[in-house]
Design a protein around this ligand. Structure first.
Ligand code: EPU
Length: 429
Protein backbone atom coordinates (compact mmCIF):
# COMPACT_ATOMS: atom_id res chain seq x y z
CA UNK A 1 0.00 0.00 0.00
CA UNK A 2 1.30 3.48 -0.87
CA UNK A 3 2.82 5.64 1.84
CA UNK A 4 4.02 9.21 2.03
CA UNK A 5 7.48 9.93 3.37
CA UNK A 6 8.46 13.44 4.35
CA UNK A 7 11.27 15.23 6.11
CA UNK A 8 10.11 18.29 8.02
CA UNK A 9 11.74 21.68 8.33
CA UNK A 10 11.61 23.25 4.86
CA UNK A 11 9.66 26.43 4.30
CA UNK A 12 7.15 26.46 1.44
CA UNK A 13 7.78 28.94 -1.36
CA UNK A 14 6.10 29.16 -4.75
CA UNK A 15 2.69 28.45 -6.21
CA UNK A 16 0.13 25.74 -5.62
CA UNK A 17 -2.66 25.39 -8.20
CA UNK A 18 -6.00 24.73 -6.52
CA UNK A 19 -8.04 21.98 -8.18
CA UNK A 20 -11.78 21.81 -8.76
CA UNK A 21 -13.75 21.05 -5.60
CA UNK A 22 -14.40 17.38 -4.89
CA UNK A 23 -17.58 18.20 -3.01
CA UNK A 24 -19.00 20.13 -5.96
CA UNK A 25 -17.75 17.78 -8.70
CA UNK A 26 -19.51 14.77 -7.14
CA UNK A 27 -23.05 16.25 -6.98
CA UNK A 28 -22.54 17.93 -10.38
CA UNK A 29 -21.74 14.55 -11.92
CA UNK A 30 -24.87 13.14 -10.24
CA UNK A 31 -26.95 15.97 -11.69
CA UNK A 32 -26.25 14.52 -15.15
CA UNK A 33 -28.84 11.82 -14.32
CA UNK A 34 -31.55 14.49 -14.52
CA UNK A 35 -31.40 14.93 -18.30
CA UNK A 36 -30.99 12.83 -21.42
CA UNK A 37 -28.76 15.51 -22.93
CA UNK A 38 -25.00 15.84 -22.31
CA UNK A 39 -23.72 17.72 -19.28
CA UNK A 40 -20.21 19.04 -19.83
CA UNK A 41 -18.21 19.74 -16.66
CA UNK A 42 -14.98 21.72 -16.69
CA UNK A 43 -12.26 21.68 -14.05
CA UNK A 44 -13.13 18.22 -12.72
CA UNK A 45 -10.37 17.11 -10.31
CA UNK A 46 -8.52 13.82 -10.84
CA UNK A 47 -9.48 11.98 -7.67
CA UNK A 48 -10.28 8.45 -6.57
CA UNK A 49 -13.78 9.56 -5.48
CA UNK A 50 -14.48 10.94 -8.96
CA UNK A 51 -13.39 7.62 -10.50
CA UNK A 52 -15.60 5.69 -8.11
CA UNK A 53 -18.63 7.84 -8.90
CA UNK A 54 -17.96 7.32 -12.63
CA UNK A 55 -18.39 3.57 -12.05
CA UNK A 56 -21.67 4.15 -10.22
CA UNK A 57 -23.05 6.45 -12.90
CA UNK A 58 -21.98 4.11 -15.70
CA UNK A 59 -23.98 1.38 -14.02
CA UNK A 60 -27.08 3.57 -14.33
CA UNK A 61 -26.38 4.03 -18.03
CA UNK A 62 -24.40 7.29 -18.09
CA UNK A 63 -21.87 7.58 -20.92
CA UNK A 64 -18.76 9.34 -19.70
CA UNK A 65 -15.93 10.83 -21.71
CA UNK A 66 -12.85 12.66 -20.47
CA UNK A 67 -11.56 15.02 -23.10
CA UNK A 68 -7.93 14.69 -24.09
CA UNK A 69 -5.08 17.14 -23.69
CA UNK A 70 -5.44 20.65 -25.00
CA UNK A 71 -2.61 22.63 -26.55
CA UNK A 72 -2.59 25.83 -24.56
CA UNK A 73 -3.12 25.10 -20.82
CA UNK A 74 -0.67 23.12 -18.74
CA UNK A 75 -1.16 19.65 -17.31
CA UNK A 76 -2.32 21.06 -14.00
CA UNK A 77 -5.67 22.14 -15.36
CA UNK A 78 -8.68 20.09 -14.39
CA UNK A 79 -10.37 17.71 -16.75
CA UNK A 80 -13.20 18.56 -19.09
CA UNK A 81 -15.67 15.70 -18.96
CA UNK A 82 -18.99 14.89 -20.60
CA UNK A 83 -21.74 12.93 -18.87
CA UNK A 84 -24.75 11.78 -20.80
CA UNK A 85 -27.61 9.78 -19.33
CA UNK A 86 -29.55 9.29 -22.60
CA UNK A 87 -31.41 6.46 -20.93
CA UNK A 88 -31.43 5.28 -17.32
CA UNK A 89 -30.98 1.55 -17.70
CA UNK A 90 -30.78 0.57 -14.03
CA UNK A 91 -32.24 2.33 -10.99
CA UNK A 92 -30.31 0.24 -8.46
CA UNK A 93 -27.10 1.56 -6.90
CA UNK A 94 -25.56 -1.62 -5.49
CA UNK A 95 -23.76 -2.03 -2.16
CA UNK A 96 -20.44 -2.96 -3.82
CA UNK A 97 -20.32 0.43 -5.53
CA UNK A 98 -21.94 2.68 -2.93
CA UNK A 99 -20.40 1.39 0.29
CA UNK A 100 -17.08 3.24 0.01
CA UNK A 101 -18.39 6.73 -0.60
CA UNK A 102 -21.29 8.43 1.14
CA UNK A 103 -22.02 10.90 -1.66
CA UNK A 104 -22.94 8.07 -4.02
CA UNK A 105 -26.18 7.72 -2.02
CA UNK A 106 -27.18 11.07 -3.50
CA UNK A 107 -28.11 9.43 -6.85
CA UNK A 108 -31.40 8.62 -5.11
CA UNK A 109 -32.73 12.16 -5.79
CA UNK A 110 -32.25 12.35 -9.57
CA UNK A 111 -33.21 8.69 -10.09
CA UNK A 112 -36.51 9.18 -8.28
CA UNK A 113 -37.20 12.44 -10.06
CA UNK A 114 -36.51 11.18 -13.56
CA UNK A 115 -37.11 7.41 -13.45
CA UNK A 116 -39.69 7.56 -10.62
CA UNK A 117 -37.95 4.80 -8.68
CA UNK A 118 -34.63 4.08 -7.00
CA UNK A 119 -33.06 1.30 -5.01
CA UNK A 120 -29.92 2.59 -3.36
CA UNK A 121 -27.68 0.88 -0.82
CA UNK A 122 -27.31 2.67 2.50
CA UNK A 123 -24.01 4.57 2.30
CA UNK A 124 -20.50 4.17 3.67
CA UNK A 125 -17.71 6.76 3.62
CA UNK A 126 -15.22 8.15 6.10
CA UNK A 127 -15.54 6.90 9.68
CA UNK A 128 -16.31 10.27 11.22
CA UNK A 129 -19.68 9.64 12.84
CA UNK A 130 -22.91 7.76 12.35
CA UNK A 131 -24.10 10.02 9.50
CA UNK A 132 -27.67 8.76 9.20
CA UNK A 133 -29.93 9.37 6.18
CA UNK A 134 -33.14 10.26 8.07
CA UNK A 135 -33.23 13.83 6.70
CA UNK A 136 -32.95 12.63 3.08
CA UNK A 137 -35.84 10.25 3.67
CA UNK A 138 -37.90 12.95 5.40
CA UNK A 139 -37.42 15.28 2.42
CA UNK A 140 -38.14 12.65 -0.23
CA UNK A 141 -41.31 11.54 1.62
CA UNK A 142 -42.49 15.15 1.68
CA UNK A 143 -42.06 15.16 -2.12
CA UNK A 144 -44.49 12.23 -2.17
CA UNK A 145 -42.07 9.29 -2.35
CA UNK A 146 -42.93 6.00 -0.73
CA UNK A 147 -39.93 4.57 1.05
CA UNK A 148 -39.00 1.12 2.42
CA UNK A 149 -35.77 -0.18 3.83
CA UNK A 150 -35.06 -3.64 2.44
CA UNK A 151 -31.90 -5.68 3.12
CA UNK A 152 -29.69 -2.63 3.52
CA UNK A 153 -31.25 -0.79 0.58
CA UNK A 154 -33.49 2.25 0.52
CA UNK A 155 -36.26 1.46 -1.93
CA UNK A 156 -38.08 4.59 -3.05
CA UNK A 157 -41.02 5.09 -5.42
CA UNK A 158 -42.48 8.34 -6.69
CA UNK A 159 -46.27 8.73 -6.73
CA UNK A 160 -48.16 8.36 -10.00
CA UNK A 161 -47.18 11.23 -12.26
CA UNK A 162 -43.91 11.83 -10.42
CA UNK A 163 -42.70 13.73 -7.35
CA UNK A 164 -44.71 16.75 -6.22
CA UNK A 165 -43.48 20.01 -4.75
CA UNK A 166 -43.61 20.50 -0.98
CA UNK A 167 -42.35 22.66 1.87
CA UNK A 168 -39.36 20.98 3.53
CA UNK A 169 -37.90 22.41 6.69
CA UNK A 170 -34.68 20.74 7.79
CA UNK A 171 -34.24 20.60 11.58
CA UNK A 172 -30.49 20.85 11.02
CA UNK A 173 -28.32 22.01 8.17
CA UNK A 174 -27.34 19.13 5.91
CA UNK A 175 -25.27 19.51 2.75
CA UNK A 176 -26.15 16.12 1.27
CA UNK A 177 -29.91 16.26 1.83
CA UNK A 178 -30.02 19.83 0.49
CA UNK A 179 -28.30 18.66 -2.73
CA UNK A 180 -30.65 15.70 -3.09
CA UNK A 181 -33.92 17.52 -2.43
CA UNK A 182 -32.87 20.45 -4.63
CA UNK A 183 -32.05 18.10 -7.53
CA UNK A 184 -35.22 16.03 -7.07
CA UNK A 185 -37.42 19.14 -6.86
CA UNK A 186 -36.25 20.47 -10.23
CA UNK A 187 -38.42 17.82 -11.94
CA UNK A 188 -41.27 17.69 -9.38
CA UNK A 189 -44.73 19.04 -10.14
CA UNK A 190 -45.26 22.44 -8.54
CA UNK A 191 -43.20 24.45 -6.08
CA UNK A 192 -40.77 23.16 -3.45
CA UNK A 193 -39.46 25.35 -0.65
CA UNK A 194 -36.39 24.13 1.26
CA UNK A 195 -36.03 25.91 4.60
CA UNK A 196 -32.79 25.83 6.59
CA UNK A 197 -30.98 24.75 3.42
CA UNK A 198 -27.20 24.37 3.44
CA UNK A 199 -25.55 27.37 1.75
CA UNK A 200 -22.07 25.97 1.23
CA UNK A 201 -20.45 27.31 -1.98
CA UNK A 202 -20.75 23.81 -3.46
CA UNK A 203 -24.56 23.99 -3.12
CA UNK A 204 -24.50 27.31 -4.96
CA UNK A 205 -22.25 25.85 -7.68
CA UNK A 206 -24.67 22.94 -8.20
CA UNK A 207 -27.74 25.21 -8.12
CA UNK A 208 -26.19 27.40 -10.81
CA UNK A 209 -25.53 24.34 -12.96
CA UNK A 210 -29.16 23.20 -12.53
CA UNK A 211 -30.33 26.66 -13.61
CA UNK A 212 -28.09 26.41 -16.69
CA UNK A 213 -29.85 23.08 -17.37
CA UNK A 214 -33.24 24.81 -17.31
CA UNK A 215 -34.21 24.47 -13.63
CA UNK A 216 -36.02 27.33 -11.89
CA UNK A 217 -34.42 28.03 -8.52
CA UNK A 218 -34.70 31.17 -6.38
CA UNK A 219 -32.77 32.07 -3.26
CA UNK A 220 -29.48 30.55 -4.40
CA UNK A 221 -26.81 31.23 -1.75
CA UNK A 222 -29.39 31.74 1.05
CA UNK A 223 -31.02 29.51 3.69
CA UNK A 224 -34.29 29.26 1.71
CA UNK A 225 -34.38 27.73 -1.74
CA UNK A 226 -37.55 27.90 -3.83
CA UNK A 227 -37.72 25.51 -6.75
CA UNK A 228 -40.39 25.59 -9.41
CA UNK A 229 -40.55 22.15 -11.05
CA UNK A 230 -40.18 21.88 -14.83
CA UNK A 231 -41.05 19.00 -17.19
CA UNK A 232 -37.51 18.32 -18.26
CA UNK A 233 -33.96 19.63 -18.05
CA UNK A 234 -31.50 19.99 -20.91
CA UNK A 235 -27.75 19.81 -21.35
CA UNK A 236 -25.31 22.52 -20.24
CA UNK A 237 -21.65 23.35 -19.79
CA UNK A 238 -20.56 24.23 -16.28
CA UNK A 239 -17.31 24.79 -14.38
CA UNK A 240 -16.50 23.18 -11.03
CA UNK A 241 -15.53 25.88 -8.53
CA UNK A 242 -12.07 25.83 -6.89
CA UNK A 243 -11.77 23.58 -3.84
CA UNK A 244 -12.02 25.70 -0.69
CA UNK A 245 -10.99 22.80 1.54
CA UNK A 246 -7.87 22.12 -0.52
CA UNK A 247 -7.21 25.88 -0.35
CA UNK A 248 -7.56 25.97 3.42
CA UNK A 249 -5.42 22.87 3.75
CA UNK A 250 -2.48 24.38 1.84
CA UNK A 251 -2.97 27.69 3.65
CA UNK A 252 -2.48 25.81 6.92
CA UNK A 253 0.45 23.86 5.48
CA UNK A 254 2.16 27.15 4.55
CA UNK A 255 1.33 28.57 7.98
CA UNK A 256 2.82 25.49 9.63
CA UNK A 257 6.01 25.31 7.57
CA UNK A 258 6.43 29.07 7.17
CA UNK A 259 7.25 30.73 3.85
CA UNK A 260 5.29 32.44 1.11
CA UNK A 261 2.85 30.60 -1.15
CA UNK A 262 0.36 31.68 -3.79
CA UNK A 263 -2.71 29.44 -3.91
CA UNK A 264 -3.63 29.87 -7.54
CA UNK A 265 -7.37 30.22 -8.38
CA UNK A 266 -8.39 30.27 -4.69
CA UNK A 267 -11.18 32.65 -3.68
CA UNK A 268 -11.19 34.16 -0.18
CA UNK A 269 -14.97 34.51 0.03
CA UNK A 270 -15.31 30.71 0.01
CA UNK A 271 -13.39 30.30 3.25
CA UNK A 272 -13.39 33.67 4.97
CA UNK A 273 -14.01 32.21 8.45
CA UNK A 274 -10.91 30.02 8.21
CA UNK A 275 -8.80 32.85 6.77
CA UNK A 276 -9.90 35.14 9.61
CA UNK A 277 -8.72 32.54 12.11
CA UNK A 278 -5.38 32.23 10.32
CA UNK A 279 -5.06 36.02 10.46
CA UNK A 280 -5.70 35.96 14.21
CA UNK A 281 -2.99 33.34 14.63
CA UNK A 282 -0.47 35.69 12.98
CA UNK A 283 -0.46 34.43 9.40
CA UNK A 284 -0.57 37.04 6.64
CA UNK A 285 -3.33 36.37 4.09
CA UNK A 286 -3.97 38.54 1.03
CA UNK A 287 -6.20 38.17 -2.02
CA UNK A 288 -4.44 38.81 -5.34
CA UNK A 289 -5.87 38.59 -8.84
CA UNK A 290 -4.32 35.18 -9.40
CA UNK A 291 -5.33 33.71 -6.04
CA UNK A 292 -4.61 33.85 -2.31
CA UNK A 293 -1.18 34.59 -0.90
CA UNK A 294 -0.24 33.05 2.46
CA UNK A 295 2.87 34.22 4.31
CA UNK A 296 4.46 33.51 7.65
CA UNK A 297 8.00 34.58 8.37
CA UNK A 298 9.57 33.30 11.54
CA UNK A 299 7.04 34.74 13.96
CA UNK A 300 5.26 32.46 16.45
CA UNK A 301 1.69 31.26 16.00
CA UNK A 302 -0.97 32.60 18.34
CA UNK A 303 -3.42 30.09 19.79
CA UNK A 304 -7.00 30.67 18.56
CA UNK A 305 -10.25 28.99 19.65
CA UNK A 306 -12.57 27.71 16.96
CA UNK A 307 -15.93 26.02 16.62
CA UNK A 308 -16.95 24.20 13.45
CA UNK A 309 -20.21 25.40 11.90
CA UNK A 310 -22.07 25.08 8.61
CA UNK A 311 -21.01 27.67 5.98
CA UNK A 312 -20.23 30.54 6.40
CA UNK A 313 -18.72 29.30 9.71
CA UNK A 314 -15.43 27.48 10.18
CA UNK A 315 -15.68 24.24 8.11
CA UNK A 316 -15.51 20.86 9.80
CA UNK A 317 -13.43 19.72 6.81
CA UNK A 318 -10.59 22.00 8.01
CA UNK A 319 -10.79 21.12 11.69
CA UNK A 320 -8.10 18.41 11.65
CA UNK A 321 -5.70 20.57 9.64
CA UNK A 322 -6.19 23.50 12.00
CA UNK A 323 -5.60 21.25 14.98
CA UNK A 324 -2.29 20.17 13.43
CA UNK A 325 -1.33 23.84 13.12
CA UNK A 326 -2.29 24.61 16.71
CA UNK A 327 -0.06 21.81 18.07
CA UNK A 328 2.84 24.28 17.64
CA UNK A 329 1.12 27.49 18.76
CA UNK A 330 2.36 29.69 21.61
CA UNK A 331 -0.57 28.91 23.88
CA UNK A 332 -3.70 26.84 24.39
CA UNK A 333 -6.31 26.43 21.67
CA UNK A 334 -9.81 25.04 22.15
CA UNK A 335 -11.45 23.35 19.22
CA UNK A 336 -15.14 22.45 19.30
CA UNK A 337 -16.44 20.05 16.65
CA UNK A 338 -20.19 20.53 16.33
CA UNK A 339 -20.97 18.86 12.97
CA UNK A 340 -19.74 15.28 13.43
CA UNK A 341 -19.62 13.44 16.74
CA UNK A 342 -16.54 11.35 15.99
CA UNK A 343 -14.18 13.53 14.06
CA UNK A 344 -11.17 13.38 16.34
CA UNK A 345 -9.50 10.26 14.94
CA UNK A 346 -6.39 12.33 14.15
CA UNK A 347 -5.81 13.22 17.81
CA UNK A 348 -4.12 9.93 18.71
CA UNK A 349 -1.96 10.15 15.58
CA UNK A 350 -0.94 13.78 16.21
CA UNK A 351 0.12 12.66 19.69
CA UNK A 352 2.71 10.41 18.03
CA UNK A 353 4.50 13.59 16.87
CA UNK A 354 4.59 14.77 20.50
CA UNK A 355 1.49 16.98 20.33
CA UNK A 356 -0.35 17.69 23.59
CA UNK A 357 -4.12 17.31 22.98
CA UNK A 358 -6.95 16.28 25.27
CA UNK A 359 -10.49 15.56 24.12
CA UNK A 360 -13.55 15.87 26.32
CA UNK A 361 -16.83 15.39 24.51
CA UNK A 362 -17.01 17.86 21.63
CA UNK A 363 -13.98 19.88 22.75
CA UNK A 364 -10.31 19.28 22.05
CA UNK A 365 -7.80 21.31 24.05
CA UNK A 366 -4.49 21.73 22.25
CA UNK A 367 -1.53 22.92 24.30
CA UNK A 368 1.14 24.20 21.92
CA UNK A 369 4.58 22.57 22.09
CA UNK A 370 7.84 24.10 20.81
CA UNK A 371 8.71 21.14 18.61
CA UNK A 372 7.17 18.10 16.89
CA UNK A 373 9.20 15.01 16.06
CA UNK A 374 8.67 12.94 12.91
CA UNK A 375 6.84 9.65 13.41
CA UNK A 376 5.13 6.70 11.77
CA UNK A 377 1.44 7.56 11.56
CA UNK A 378 -1.70 6.17 10.02
CA UNK A 379 -4.37 7.99 8.09
CA UNK A 380 -7.92 7.26 9.22
CA UNK A 381 -10.03 9.53 7.04
CA UNK A 382 -9.48 12.03 4.28
CA UNK A 383 -9.04 15.26 6.25
CA UNK A 384 -7.35 13.47 9.17
CA UNK A 385 -4.70 12.09 6.82
CA UNK A 386 -3.79 15.48 5.45
CA UNK A 387 -3.50 16.87 8.99
CA UNK A 388 -0.70 14.34 9.53
CA UNK A 389 1.09 15.63 6.43
CA UNK A 390 0.82 19.18 7.82
CA UNK A 391 2.31 18.09 11.14
CA UNK A 392 5.08 16.25 9.29
CA UNK A 393 6.03 19.41 7.34
CA UNK A 394 7.13 21.09 10.56
CA UNK A 395 8.31 18.03 12.50
CA UNK A 396 12.00 17.34 13.04
CA UNK A 397 13.18 14.30 11.05
CA UNK A 398 11.28 11.75 9.04
CA UNK A 399 7.54 11.15 9.01
CA UNK A 400 5.91 8.23 7.29
CA UNK A 401 2.17 8.51 6.65
CA UNK A 402 0.79 5.02 6.13
CA UNK A 403 -2.42 3.88 4.43
CA UNK A 404 -2.85 6.99 2.31
CA UNK A 405 -5.66 5.81 0.06
CA UNK A 406 -7.93 8.27 1.85
CA UNK A 407 -5.67 11.13 0.70
CA UNK A 408 -6.07 10.11 -2.93
CA UNK A 409 -9.84 10.28 -2.53
CA UNK A 410 -9.72 14.03 -2.05
CA UNK A 411 -6.32 15.58 -2.84
CA UNK A 412 -4.96 15.69 -6.37
CA UNK A 413 -1.17 15.19 -6.62
CA UNK A 414 -0.59 16.34 -3.05
CA UNK A 415 3.06 15.30 -2.85
CA UNK A 416 3.76 16.89 -6.22
CA UNK A 417 2.12 20.20 -5.28
CA UNK A 418 4.02 20.39 -1.99
CA UNK A 419 7.40 19.28 -3.32
CA UNK A 420 7.28 21.94 -6.06
CA UNK A 421 7.17 24.47 -3.22
CA UNK A 422 10.24 23.06 -1.53
CA UNK A 423 8.83 20.40 0.81
CA UNK A 424 10.82 17.18 1.04
CA UNK A 425 7.97 14.78 0.38
CA UNK A 426 7.55 11.69 -1.77
CA UNK A 427 5.22 8.80 -2.34
CA UNK A 428 6.72 5.43 -1.52
CA UNK A 429 5.12 2.54 -3.38
N1 EPU B 1 -27.22 14.26 9.21
C1 EPU B 1 -28.26 13.61 9.81
N2 EPU B 1 -29.22 13.03 9.01
C2 EPU B 1 -29.16 13.09 7.66
C3 EPU B 1 -28.09 13.78 7.04
C4 EPU B 1 -27.12 14.35 7.85
O1 EPU B 1 -28.34 13.53 11.03
O2 EPU B 1 -30.04 12.53 7.00
C5 EPU B 1 -26.18 14.86 10.06
C6 EPU B 1 -24.82 14.24 9.84
O3 EPU B 1 -24.67 13.03 10.55
C7 EPU B 1 -23.91 15.34 10.36
C8 EPU B 1 -24.67 16.60 9.96
O4 EPU B 1 -26.02 16.21 9.72
O5 EPU B 1 -23.80 15.26 11.74
C9 EPU B 1 -24.15 17.31 8.72
O6 EPU B 1 -24.01 16.36 7.68
P1 EPU B 1 -24.13 16.76 6.15
O7 EPU B 1 -25.32 16.06 5.59
O8 EPU B 1 -24.06 18.22 6.02
O9 EPU B 1 -22.81 16.11 5.57
P2 EPU B 1 -22.62 15.30 4.21
O10 EPU B 1 -23.51 15.86 3.17
O11 EPU B 1 -22.66 13.86 4.49
C10 EPU B 1 -20.80 16.90 3.23
C11 EPU B 1 -19.40 16.76 2.74
C12 EPU B 1 -18.50 16.43 3.91
C13 EPU B 1 -18.59 17.58 4.92
C14 EPU B 1 -20.04 17.80 5.34
C15 EPU B 1 -20.23 18.99 6.25
C16 EPU B 1 -19.57 15.98 0.47
C17 EPU B 1 -19.38 14.91 -0.52
N3 EPU B 1 -19.33 15.70 1.74
O12 EPU B 1 -21.14 15.67 3.84
O13 EPU B 1 -17.18 16.36 3.40
O14 EPU B 1 -17.81 17.28 6.05
O15 EPU B 1 -20.86 17.99 4.17
O16 EPU B 1 -19.79 20.15 5.62
O17 EPU B 1 -19.93 17.10 0.10
C18 EPU B 1 -15.00 15.49 3.20
O18 EPU B 1 -14.95 16.06 2.08
O19 EPU B 1 -13.99 15.01 3.75
C19 EPU B 1 -16.29 15.40 3.88
C20 EPU B 1 -16.52 14.54 4.87
Amino acid sequence: MDRIRLIGGNQLRGEIPISGAKNAALPLMIASLLTKEPLILENVPRLADVKQLERILENHGVDIAAHGRRAAPSHIDGQRMTFQAAEIVDTTAPYELVSTMRASFWVIGPLLARAHEARVSLPGGCAIGTRPVDLFLYGLKELGAEIDIDEGYVVARAPKGGLRGARISFPKVTVGATHVIMMAATLARGTTVIENAAMEPEITNVAECLVAMGARIDGIGTRTLTIEGVDELHGATHEVLPDRIETGTYAMAAAMAGGNVLLRNARAEHLQAALDVLGQSGVHVSQEDAGLRIQRNGNGLQAVHIETQPFPGFPTDLQAQFMALMTMSDGVSQIRETIFENRYMHVAELARFGADIKVEGQVATVVGVPELKGAQVMATDLRASVSLVIAGLAARGETMVNRIYHLDRGFERLEDKLSRCGAEIERVV
